[in-house]
Design a binder for this molecule. Structure first.
Ligand SMILES: Nc1ncnc2c1ncn2[C@@H]1O[C@H](COP(=O)(O)OP(=O)(O)OP(=O)(O)O)[C@@H](O)[C@H]1O
Ligand SMILES: [Mg+2]
Length: 580
C-alpha cells in the first residue's frame, strides 16, 4: 500500500501534526478546568476566597485553545482526506488497468460482480482505513497516553487506578475484535454476490420479464441481501455489546477515583479540582479507547478489502506479451498448425489438430453445427485465448510472439454478439479508427449497409445509442459493428456470424461492397447460411472439433456429405440455386 501512500505522505504528516495540536488542546482543558475550580472558584490557595480574575483569565485561555484545537482538527480532516482520496484513486486506476489486461479466463475466474465490488466498494473501505489511520491512530493513542499521564500528574493514585483497569478493557477489546474479524471478509464476498446478481438481472431484465422470472429473481436477490444483513448484524451485535462493557469498566474507574478522592481530599492529599480533572480524563480515556475500537474495526475491514484489491493488482496477466510488432513482408496470412484447444478448467478439447492456412487476400468461410467451435477457432487469431497444443501464426509469426497490440491492430473483428457502447452512433463506429473523420465513418457505414438507417434517424450519426445498443434492432446493431470493423485499417477481417440478423439482399450487398472497398484483405467469415459462404475461396466445415472438409462450394457440394446436408436443408430458402 506504501506505493499509493508515499506520494501523499507530506499531507499525512501535516494531518498528523494538526491532530497532535487538537489533542494537546483537548488534554490541556481538564487541567485548566481543575485550576479554575481549585483557585478561581474554591480559592484553595488563597484561604477559601474565590478569584474572579483567575476564572476570566483561564476561561479566555480555554476559549482560545478551543479555537486553536478546532482549526487543527479541521485542517487534519482536509489533509487526511486529500491523502486517502488520492491514494484510493491511484489504486482504483491501477486495478482497472490491470483488469483491462486480464485474459478472458481471468475475468471469468473473478467474475464481473466481484471485480466491480473490488474496484468500487473495497477501494472505499481502504480509503476509510487510511483516513481513520491518519486521524484516529494519532488521536486515540496520544489521547490515551496523555490522559494517563495527566492523571498521574494530577495525583499518582488516580493513574494507578486506571492502569489496574486497562487489562480488563484491553482483553474485552481483543475478544470482540477477534470475533468480529472474519465477518469483514465475509461481508465483502457477500457484496460480490449481490453485485453479480444486480449486474446480471439489470442487463437481462428483458429476458427476466419475458420468462416471468421477476418473483424468482427477487427471491434470489433478497436471499443474497439477507445473508449480507445477517453478517452485518453479527458484527454490529458484537460491537453493540462492547461499548456498554467499556462504559461499565470506565464508570468503575470513576467511582474508584471519587472514593479515593473523597478520602484523600479530606486528608489533604488531593483537591476537588484534581478529582474533577481526573474524572474528565477518565471520560477522555474512555473516548480514546472507543475510538481505538472504531479504528481497529476500520483497519480490519480495510485490510480485508486491501487483500481483495491486492489479488487484482498482483494477478499477472496470463498472456505474456511477445515483442514482434510486424514487418512489411507478409500481410494477412493466417496459419493454424496442428492446433488443439480446450477452455481453461475444462478437460474436453473443443478443437483437435486443426491444420488450416489462409493466404493473404483470400476469403475463408467456416461452417458447422452450433457449438462445434467456430467462434473458438477464430478467437485464437487475435489471441483471445492461447492454444493448448500447436500454434496459430499470423504473417508467419506465432501469435504468442506478437506484441498483443500490434497483433490486434492487424485484425478487425465483428463479433457474434455485437457490443455497442452508450455513445453516439458515429463514436461507436470510430472505435475502429480513432483518427477517422466523419466522411470516413460514413464511408464505412455505407460499406456496412448502415448509412441508410443511420441517416434516417433524427440526429443521424449523432444519435445516442442506449447502453449495450439497446435502442437499435438486432440487424442495425450488427451493421454498426460491421461498420466499426470496416473502418479499422486491418489486413485481416473476421466476421463471426456477424451478418446473421441481416436479410439475404442486405447481406449480399454488404459482401459486394466489401469486395469493392476491402479487396486484398484476408477475410474469415463464420456463417450458418450457404448464401453467405458460397462465394468464399474456400469453405472449411467443422465437425467434432476437427475440419471435416475444406474446399470450394462446388467441391464440397460434390464430395462433403455434411455440406450437402446443410445445402439441402436450405434449398427451400430459394436463393441457393440461382447462382447469385
Ligand atoms: N468461455 C468458455 N468456457 C468454457 N467453454 C466454452 C466457452 N465458450 C465456449 N465454450 C464451449 O466450447 C464449445 C464451442 O463453442 P463456440 O462458441 O466456439 O461454438 P460455435 O461453433 O461458435 O457455436 P455457435 O454457432 O452457436 O456460435 C461449446 O461446446 C461451448 O460450450
Ligand atoms: Mg459462435
Amino acid at each position: 500500500m506504501w506505493k499509493y501512500i508515499k506520494k501523499y505522505i507530506h499531507f499525512m504528516i501535516l494531518a498528523g501534526l494538526c491532530m497532535i495540536l487538537e489533542v494537546t488542546v483537548d488534554l490541556l482543558q481538564p487541567r485548566i478546568m481543575s485550576r479554575i475550580v481549585d483557585d478561581g472558584v474554591l480559592g484553595l490557595s488563597t484561604g477559601g476566597v474565590g478569584d474572579m480574575a483567575v476564572i476570566v483569565r483561564l476561561g479566555l485561555t480555554m476559549m482560545g485553545l478551543v479555537v486553536l484545537g478546532g482549526t487543527g482538527g479541521a485542517l487534519c480532516s482536509v489533509f487526511a482526506t486529500i491523502a486517502s482520496e488520492n491514494a484510493g484513486n491511484g489504486m482504483r486506476k491501477d486495478a482497472f488497468r490491470r483488469i483491462m489486461r486480464f485474459s478472458f479466463p481471468q475475468v471469468d475466474r473473478f467474475g464481473a460482480g466481484a471485480l466491480i465490488t473490488r474496484v468500487t466498494n473495497d477501494v472505499t473501505q481502504v480509503q476509510n482505513m487510511i483516513m481513520m489511520f491518519v486521524r484516529g491512530m494519532i488521536r486515540t493513542s496520544y489521547m490515551f497516553l496523555g490522559s494517563i499521564f495527566f492523571m498521574f500528574s494530577l495525583y499518582p493514585r488516580f493513574g494507578v487506578i486506571v492502569l489496574c483497569a486497562l487489562p480488563l478493557i484491553a482483553g474485552t477489546m481483543v475478544l470482540c475484535l477477534s470475533k468480529a474479524n472474519p465477518g469483514f471478509a465475509k461481508m465483502q464476498a457477500q457484496l460480490d454476490g449481490i453485485n453479480a446478481i444486480m449486474q446480471e438481472d439489470i442487463s437481462g431484465i428483458r429476458i427476466i420479464k419475458a420468462c416471468v422470472r421477476e418473483a424468482y429473481e427477487k427471491l434470489r436477490f433478497g436471499r443474497a441481501n439477507d445473508e449480507l444483513i445477517g453478517t452485518q448484524l453479527h458484527v454490529l451485535v458484537i460491537f453493540a455489546f462492547m461499548s456498554p462493557m467499556m462504559n461499565l469498566f470506565m464508570y468503575l474507574v470513576v467511582i474508584a477515583i471519587l472514593l479515593v478522592g473523597h478520602i484523600q481530599a479530606g486528608a489533604g492529599g488531593t483537591t476537588p479540582g484534581a478529582v474533577m480533572g481526573a474524572v474528565t480524563y477518565t471520560t477522555q480515556l474512555l473516548n480514546s479507547i472507543l475510538g481505538l475500537v472504531m479504528l481497529f474495526q476500520n483497519i480490519s475491514r480495510g485490510s480485508a478489502s486491501w487483500k481483495r484489491i491486492k489479488e487484482i493488482l498482483h494477478t499477472e496477466p496470463e498472456l505474456a506479451d511477445g515483442t514482434f510488432a510486424g514487418d512489411a513482408k507478409v500481410r494477412g496470412r493466417i496459419e493454424f498448425r496442428d492446433v488443439s484447444f480446450a477452455y481453461p478448467g475444462t478437460a474436453k478439447p473443443v478443437l483437435r489438430h486443426i491444420n488450416l492456412t489462409v493466404e493473404p487476400g483470400q476469403t475463408l468461410a467456416v461452417m458447422g453445427a452450433t457449438g462445434c467451435g467456430k467462434s473458438t477457432l477464430i478467437d485464437l487469431i487475435p489471441r483471445f485465448y492461447d492454444v493448448t497444443e500447436g500454434a496459430v501464426l499470423v504473417d508467419g509469426v506465432d501469435v504468442r510472439d506478437w506484441d498483443q497490440q500490434a497483433l490486434r491492430d492487424r485484425v478487425s473483428i465483428a463479433l457474434q454478439k455485437s457490443e455497442l457502447f452508450s455513445v453516439p452512433v458515429a463514436e461507436n463506429i470510430r472505435w475502429g479508427d480513432e483518427d477517422a473523420d466523419r466522411a470516413g465513418i460514413q464511408r464505412a457505414a455505407e460499406t456496412a449497409q448502415a448509412d441508410g438507417f443511420i441517416s434516417a434517424m433524427a440526429q443521424g450519426y449523432d444519435t445516442p445509442v442506449a447502453e449495450r445498443g439497446m435502442s437499435l434492432s438486432g440487424g442495425q446493431k450488427q451493421r454498426v459493428s460491421i461498420a466499426r470493423a470496416v473502418l479499422k485499417k486491418a489486413e485481416i477481417m473476421i466476421f463471426d456470424d456477424a451478418t446473421s440478423a441481416l436479410d439475404l439482399k442486405t447481406e449480399a450487398d454488404l459482401f459486394q461492397a466489401l469486395d469493392r472497398e476491402k479487396s486484398g484483405v484476408t477475410r474469415i467469415v463464420v456463417a450458418q447460411r450457404i448464401a453467405t459462404v458460397r462465394k468464399a475461396d474456400r469453405i472449411a466445415v467443422l465437425e467434432g472439433g476437427t475440419i471435416a472438409a475444406c474446399g470450394t462450394h462446388e467441391e464440397l457440394l460434390a464430395s462433403c456429405p455434411i455440406y450437402q446436408d446443410i445445402y439441402n436443408s436450405q434449398m427451400g430458402e430459394g436463393d441457393e440455386d440461382d447462382g447469385q
